[in-house]
Design a protein around this ligand. Sequence first.
Ligand code: HEC
Ligand code: HEC
Length: 349
Amino acid sequence: MNGASNPGKGAALVVAAAAVVALAAMAGCALFEDERTSKGRKLYRHYCMHCHGETGQQAEGFNWEHMPDPRPRDLSESASMSTFTDEEIFNTISREMRDTSLQAVLDDENYFAVETMPTFRHTLSEDELWAVVGYVRTLHGGSLTFDIEGRRAQLESKFREAEAARDQAQRAMDAALEKQEAAEAAAEAVRGDDEDDDEDDEDDEEEVVLPEEDAYEREQERFDVARAAWENFSKRPRMDQVSRPDLTASDAARRALAKEGEHLYFNQYGCHGCHGIGDAGGRVGPALDRAGFRLNATWVYRWIRYPQGMKKHTRMPNLGLDDHDARAVTAYLETLRAPKPDKPIPPPE
Ligand code: HEC
Ligand code: HEC
């Protein structure tokens, strides 16, 4: 008897091989995962898992049950998730936060109007956002069809081309300016050296802008745009350090601002998806019931405008508040002065 003539043994090998493949698939292919998927997985675990769960299922993330409606959908459910294009998911996680109490915002079909789903456009690079989209795809057994490498190559080559064109325009401009100066010097030599006359002449002369100067300006602008797009792709957004605001205001102005801030807190920035006030709200960040006692307003303003500037890897995304909105939300948090609880509040998980 030999192995080759034993059909049972051959079949067993095939079954074993299939089992290995199936096991690897079940383990999320962690073993065979490519670099981008593992980058996406890390980012997902850091920024998304508390609300969406490790495998994307509902009620899995620790924050899920504390969230207001609508709670995160099941990202592992293929039937509905596969109806979204990669671009749609990208747009959801990188949109600007808008006021979802406005009918126009709700009616905008191209806008994902759930305020408690935060945006990550001010926190992650475009490359990272795509990596997360790719990872979300794996949660429902799909894969990314968007060509990230193509996009990277396109943005990078546009940037290099614009740089070369700008440099060339600069050389052309320098040469033209030099020529113009030489011509002026020659003209001056012909006119002779009557100092007074000369000065009058110069005053009368119109400032001529050479076409090469115009061309350079245009190329410089194109270069700035291409560089911004390339940096936006390859680097996380960075802001200048937020300077200390002057928050003094009359009581009436402060009350009006706080009212506006409360609206923004719930309807535009969805802060309650992650922070609790009383029993309501998420648990990703600390409860803010007593923010008005505990926290310094200047600090709060700077934190909510640019959390990453104060703590690089915080799970709180930068939600893109401008100066006005940050002042309003800060004024609202100042009004939160709940009495001390009898029992200590459990620390955030
Ligand atoms: C504070 C909780 C929270 C965090 C953090 C969060 N999400 Fe969400 N997410 C939600 C909520 C709420 C919704 C809206 C309900 C729904 O449609 O699933 C949502 C919806 C989604 C959807 C479905 C979009 C659609 O069109 O229906 C995707 C995809 C998604 N989130 C991806 C992510 C990714 C990726 C991250 C991390 C980068 C993330 N979310 C972080 C709360 C969160
Ligand atoms: C995706 C979840 C998330 C969202 C959305 C979010 N935060 Fe946070 N926030 C956090 C986390 C996590 C921390 C803890 C920061 C840390 O130490 O990294 C925090 C910290 C804070 C703190 C400091 C609290 C303290 O006691 O130290 C304030 C204030 C704050 N957030 C306000 C806001 C406001 C206002 C909004 C809405 C504009 C908001 N947060 C949106 C997660 C979030």
